[in-house]
Structures are given as C-alpha cells and as structure tokens.
Design a protein around this ligand. Structure first.
Ligand code: M6R
Length: 594
C-alpha cells in the first residue's frame, strides 16, 4: 500500500508533497516522511516519524526554500510503524534516498546474495532497493543501475528515488503498484494517484509496468527496463474527481452515507435514456455470450458481489459465482466453458484482484471491471469497464461505493432480463426511501446507545438479507472494533449460538416474505438465551416491536435500503466510542499489496 509523492520544479516542493501526501493518506497513515533539497545550498534533509502526515508539519524545517523532494505515507507491511521503518530509506553510504509502495517478495534473497555484508538500519523490504542501486551505481550510470535493480526485484513497487550526486533530477519506476506523473509548466509531480495533483496539474501520465522515468527541470523521459524510450499517453484530469471536501459534515463517512440518494440519481442519469438502459453493447454481448459469471472481489466490494449474484441469477437467470480474490488467485476452481470474469473494486487498484486478472488474461478469458476510478489499473487492464459514478470515496469504510456497485450490477442484470420491472422507477423509489432513513438518523443514534453496549454483536438474516448482514457486520467491526459477525440465521444454532449470553446484541435483517418467519424463529432462539435483539425490517414484513422499519422496494433491491441503518449503526457506534471514523486503525483505503 502506501502513498508516494515527488516533485521537481519551481514551486515549493515541501508544500506540494505534504499536501499531496495528505490526500493519499487513504493508502496508509501509520507513518510519514519526506526528503527535501534546499534550493540554495543543494543539501538534502530527511524528516520522518511514526504518525500521520500532519506530523511532518511539526518536525520539518520550514525555514528554507525547496524545489525538489520525495515523500511517503506508510501502511506497514515489513517492520512495525516507527521512525526507523518510515520512508525515505537511504542506501548504505547515504547516496540514494528512496520511497517505496509495494512489497519486494525476494528481499531476503537479495540481501544475502547481492548485499552480503551490508548493514541495514530498518526491518523493511524497501531499504534493500536503495542499497542495490548504490552498489550498481559504482559500476554503471544511475539510469542503468536503477534499471538493473528493477530487473532483480520480484514483487510490486512504485519508487521515487533521489541521487544526492545528481541534485537536479528525480528518478522513478514501477511494476504492479500504481504510479503517475502530473504535468504542469511549473514542474513535474510523481504520485501514486491523481488525488495528489489537486491544484497543481491538470494533465497526467499513467505509467505502465516496468517503466523507468528520469525527471529533470526540462521534463521527463520514460524508458523500458532495457533502456528503450517508450511513449506514454497524456490524459486530462477529470475535475469532478476533486470534489473531496467534507463540507458541513463532521466526517467523510457521514457525508458519503448521505450522498447515496444523489449517487443513485447520478447513475440513473448516466445509464438511462428515458426508461431504457444505455450500456455499451459490447458489455451486454460479453455477458450474453458467457455461460457463467465469476465475480472476483474483496471486502465490501465482494459483499456487493453477493447481491450481484442474486440479481444476475434471479433477474437474468445467469449462473453466478462470487469468489474472494486472494483465494481465487492461488486456488482456481474448475471453470465453466465460457466464463466471464467480473472484477468489482471501488479503487480499481486492489492487488488481490489484479493477481487474478493477470492470470485469467493469460489464460485467454474475458473480463469486465466495475469500478469507481476509470483511470485505475483494473479498469485499464480488463477488456471492459463500467464506472459506478459514486464520486471520490474518502472514508476507509466504504458506503456509497457499495450501493453504487449494486445499482450498476442491477443495471447489468436488468439488461439480460425480461424487463419485468421498470428499473428506472424502482431505483428512483430506492433513492427516496434512503432519504427517509437519513432523516431518521438521530433515532438510530439513540438505538445504538441502547443496544450496542457489548464488545461483540451478531447480524443475522437469510437469503439476500444474509448477504446484507455480511456487509453490515463488516462496517460495524472495521470502525467501531466491536467484534461482529454476519450470520446465516439458520446456521447460528449449529455452533455459534454458544456465544450468545445475557445482553449480547443480535441485529436481524428481515426484508423477504418467503424467509422472514424463519429468521424470526431464529431471533426467538437467541432471545431465549438472553440476547438483546434489534430488528431492521421492511414495511410489508414488519411486526409490532421491530425497531427500524423501512419502505417497501422491489424485493431484490432491499439491500440498498437495509444497509443504510447498518451504516449509521457503525458510524454512531464508532462515534460514541471516540474512534477515528474515517481512518480506522490498521486499515487503508486502497489495498495494493497481496
Ligand atoms: O477498492 P476495493 O473495492 O477493491 O477494496 C476492497 C476492500 O479492501 C474494501 O472494500 C474494504 O473492505 C472496505 N474498506 C470496507 O469498508
């Protein structure tokens, strides 16, 4: 994971790098660091520490002008988050400074085979890279030394490199981890994401894997690993992408929960012409020609995938499987004859998904990515992509991307169905019903105070409600740290019911007529064992005493509603405990390591 930013130009490097890193904190925020060149003397200075990027503002010397630098915000993989393990790392003789995003799988072998005898100060895999570059730069040009190092590294990397002997240049290279160049007439920015370019560049160059870049005041040169110049496309940044302020809201998560009705309306405006769906015909064709869909995803996106399975199977009668990306990558099941792979990823950068995409592409299978970031790796590398138009999602806990993914999946499934519902009308109804829930959020806040009093909690449901429980429990656990599981209601009695004790909170989701009664029996079972139960139901299946009753919508769309109180439950549980809601511990928004 981690975010990197580098800058060379006539503006203040320190300001551009620190503000860029703040925007990249979604990639990791357990430590941060920066290396800067003083404009007048040309000396280099490193500031780094455990903690958020804001810490750099406390420790960095602001008294001198800077025109070149590299910075890093970390999500620890190798070595605990502390000052020594923070980036930038230096080579043994301190000639090179590097910041790294990714994981070097063979760093131990490189240490013993190439760097035997070198002294390392950190526990990271990254430090090795700086040492190897320095070793080879004794025998060849820096340009060659970095490319030779690239050829030895196994794993993923995006690197920004300073050579203190070449004070007017920055080098960069990448493989698997994202990296791009932001361009302006005042300088060049290196960044993991366009987010860091806000206010400085309007154009950018996404870099291909195994690319090496040399940046000077005059511009940049991109080479492949053997030193041949390679062309890269220059793209214009989508200004909508920069709508990333909290505004009147106390947290991005609250803002993003509240944006869900407008996100649904945006998706309708993008994919409908009057009542008709207007999706790229090639995508419909790819779905139609396949005999089975394989949804590959992780976390919240996988939970959206489960709802997608229901939609494809029940609306369009297409057999659909949902797979955990990190499992599928190394344990592929037997496939059908004509599979279509659907990758669902808010960020479009999740490394576990990319590992699968690389494999299935090599095997000649077709792929479609559903993502919020059309410039992302998974969007670029799949045969097709569909954008979910949720707008930037900043809070680590995914909310509006989940509902947007489901809406897009519904549109895709509907395209293959007998069109027995008026989709546009049904989705518009959902948007209004979500607004009704948002209006009642203070009531949900009070319920949280009353019911979520323990260290643990269960969500139970059946069928599509069970899938909604999986996402509801993920939301609650990731930001409130309450140990929560989403359970198939009928399965509880086969073991897990042993965990129910006096006042254990059990939240049931009941939106389906056919199975509501069964879930209620399971609720009785836990109540008899002391559980404190809370029911989220829809109007037509509700019973007296249910605490949260939602509007009726088309049955397969109920997860778009039942998740909203669950998002608020998570939000208020975290708020009442005083936790950092937008940046929960140990997590990062974009998971770019396997
Ligand atoms: O960017 P992606 O959708 O591929 O990310 C997948 C998961 O890491 C992500 O959904 C994660 O589970 C969320 N933070 C949960 O809120």
């Amino acid at each position: 994971m981690c975010g990197i930013v580098g800058y060379l130009g006539v503006e203040d490097a320190r300001e551009i790098i620190i503000s860029g890193l703040k925007r990249l904190e979604y990639r990791g925020y357990d430590s941060a660091g920066i290396a800067l060149r003083k404009c007048d003397s040309g000396t280099f200075h490193i500031y780094k520490d455990k903690g958020r990027v804001a810490r750099l503002e406390e420790i960095a010397d602001f008294s001198f002008k800077t025109c070149l630098g590299i910075g890093h915000t970390r999500w620890a993989t190798h070595g605990v988050p502390n000052k020594v393990n923070s980036h930038p790392h230096q080579s043994e003789k301190s000639r090179f400074f590097i910041v790294h995003n990714g994981v070097i799988d063979n760093y131990k072998e490189l240490k013993s085979e190439i760097l035997n005898g070198n002294k390392f100060v950190s526990d990271t895999d990254s430090e090795v890279i700086a040492h190897i570059i320095e070793k080879y730069s004794d025998e060849m040009s820096v340009n060659e030394a970095i490319r030779k190092t690239m050829s030895l590294l196994e794993g993923s990397y995006a690197l920004a490199i300073i050579d203190t002997y070449n004070r007017d240049k920055i080098y960069a290279c990448k493989n698997k981890s994202p990296l791009l160049l932001g361009l302006s007439d005042k300088g060049t920015i290196i960044s993991s994401d366009v987010m860091a370019l806000v206010g400085y560049s309007t154009k950018y160059v996404p870099l291909k894997d195994k690319t090496f870049v040399e940046i000077t005041k005059k511009g940049y040169k991109t080479l492949d690993i053997i030193g041949k110049e390679v062309e890269h496309e220059v793209k214009v940044i989508d200004v909508d992408y920069f709508n990333i302020e909290k505004g009147e809201y106390s947290h991005f998560m609250l803002k993003e929960i509240s944006e869900q009705p407008s996100v649904i309306r945006t998706i309708i405006s993008k994919y409908f012409d009057k009542e008709e769906v207007t999706l790229n015909g090639d995508i419909s064709k790819a779905i139609k020609e396949s005999d089975r869909l394989y949804i590959i995803a992780a976390g919240t996106s996988m939970n959206a995938g489960f709802i997608g399975k229901e939609l494809f199977e029940k609306m369009a009668f297409i057999p659909t499987e949902v797979h955990i990306a990190s499992e599928f990558a190394y344990n592929m099941p037997l496939l059908s004859k004509k599979p279509l792979f659907i990758f669902i990823s808010q960020s479009g950068e999740t490394a576990d998904l990319r590992a699968v995409l690389v494999n299935i592409k090599a095997a000649g299978y077709r792929s479609l990515t559903i993502t919020n970031v059309k410039t992302s790796t998974l969007a670029r590398e799949a045969d097709h992509y569909v954008e979910i138009h949720a707008g930037p999602e900043i809070a680590v806990a995914s909310t509006k991307a989940y509902t947007a993914q489901i809406v897009v999946l519904a549109i895709l499934a509907y395209g293959q169905s007998d069109k027995h519902i008026n989709l546009r009308k049904e989705l518009s109804k959902v948007a209004i019903s979500i607004e009704n829930i948002i209006d009642k959020r203070e009531y949900i806040e009070a319920l949280v105070q009353e019911y979520l009093t323990k260290r643990n909690c269960f969500y139970i449901g059946r069928g599509i409600d069970y899938y909604a429980c999986l996402e509801s429990s993920l939301k609650l656990k990731e930001i409130s740290y309450i140990q929560t599981e989403g359970f198939a209601a009928g399965e509880l009695k086969h073991g897990t019911i042993a965990l129910i004790e006096e006042d254990t909170p059990v939240i049931a989701i009941i939106s389906q007529r056919s199975i509501g009664k069964n879930t209620r029996s399971n609720l009785n079972e836990v109540q008899s064992r002391g559980a404190k139960t809370l029911v989220i139901s829809t109007n037509s299946v509700h019973e007296h005493g249910d605490q949260i009753v939602l509007d009726d919508v088309y049955e397969l769309f109920s997860p778009l509603l039942t998740i909203i109180p669950a998002q608020f439950i998570a939000y208020y549980a975290a708020l009442q405990r005083g936790y950092d809601i937008d940046k929960p511990r140990n997590l990062a928004k974009s998971v770019t390591v396997e």
